[in-house]
Design a protein around this ligand. Sequence first.
Ligand SMILES: Cc1cc2nc3c(=O)[nH]c(=O)nc-3n(C[C@H](O)[C@H](O)[C@H](O)COP(=O)(O)OP(=O)(O)OC[C@H]3O[C@@H](n4cnc5c(N)ncnc54)[C@H](O)[C@@H]3O)c2cc1C
Length: 377
Amino acid sequence: MGRGAEFMKPIRTKALVIGGGPSGSTAARHLAGSGIDTILIEKNPSFVKPCGGVMPSSAFNELDLPRHLIKREVRKIRVVSPKGKEAELELEGGFMAMVERGGFDSCLREEAKKAGAEVIEAEFKGFAETGDEVVSEVVINGFLRTITSDYVIAADGAGSKSLASLGLKPPASIFTLSKILPGEQDACEFWFGQSHAPKFYSWVFPAAGGISIGTGSVRPENLRGLLENFLSRRGYEPGHQGSVAAPLRGWRMPLWGGGLFNRGRILFAGDAAGQVMPFTFEGIYYAMKAGSFAAEAVASGRPDAYKKFWRKRFYARFLFMKKLWSLFGNSEGLIEKFISMHRNPSVKEASMRLWLNKEMDGKALLSYMNIFREFLS
Ligand SMILES: Cc1cc2nc3c(=O)[nH]c(=O)nc-3n(C[C@H](O)[C@H](O)[C@H](O)COP(=O)(O)OP(=O)(O)OC[C@H]3O[C@@H](n4cnc5c(N)ncnc54)[C@H](O)[C@@H]3O)c2cc1C
């Protein structure tokens, strides 16, 4: 058979994973590791997501990730209230691991490949059929091809084309604007205030090659103005390299709605499913866990089990954090209170456990919930 004929052969696999970010690569690694014929497609292998890249150190053990991906260990979290009151958490028994998303994502795709997945540079365009077999249209090297599979795990991030192709509404989003500045930073800082981060927070994180600084809002308008407000609050002079004239990157961060898992044999994971923790807005760890749960469901031939696996592990925590966010995120007065509470050593301790230990048992979550009982009742 000539090369042309070989190239045009229909592609068939048991499982197709769309999107080679943390969620998709983890799903592909687990699928291939369970002996399932798997193709992972990524439209742009050199894409570097604008992302703070902060993960709890415990995730590295739990997800069996190579330690060389940790570019920096951060042991301090600082939260600043709208009125400028600070609370500082010194992390013990773990740390916040900073990763550089370009290298991190490439390494995860490599791990999927090592486990036996075929990794292809290809862009998903839409579903042609979604019955017992799923037929996906993809562009490979400029040619439109189809990939037929028994299952699809759609992990194509915020703005997912797979959701759009099924006519499903994407999760609501926070709109973010951020950039990397030169400099040194010892802590992960979270700054609250409606003037620069309405219903969200602005952040200053250590990053590979400098400091990541950014803000977000539920509304896309005037993000530049909000970031200017934050830079000036953080002490940057106008015209300093901290001004918004430096390169900026905007990206959407999905808000968790709770209901999106699968449509038949198509399973949604990570940002595509809005699985970002409310309030803290951590997404990397949860995207990877969702990828592994989706893979486990596919491997067992029970796509509906995915929802069960996810809910058993994360539902209570997501629901609680969503309640906290809708309560505290809406009121500067309550945020002041929330931050003052975090000066209390026992609240600090409970909060630290919540941040660092994602395998936390129900008891630890309950003790954190109890702190906020009076607000939640
Ligand atoms: C500014 C910002 C800062 C953040 N900071 C943090 C943080 O510090 N810590 C944290 O835990 N989380 C953070 N997050 C959230 C985190 O980045 C995401 O939750 C996480 O990347 C989700 O992983 P994913 O694999 O689901 O999606 P993505 O990382 O978005 O990966 C999706 C992949 O799919 C590919 N793709 C998209 N469309 C197609 C297509 N049609 N065909 C083929 N491939 C496609 C993309 O190229 C991409 O590689 C941040 C988010 C933002 C916006």
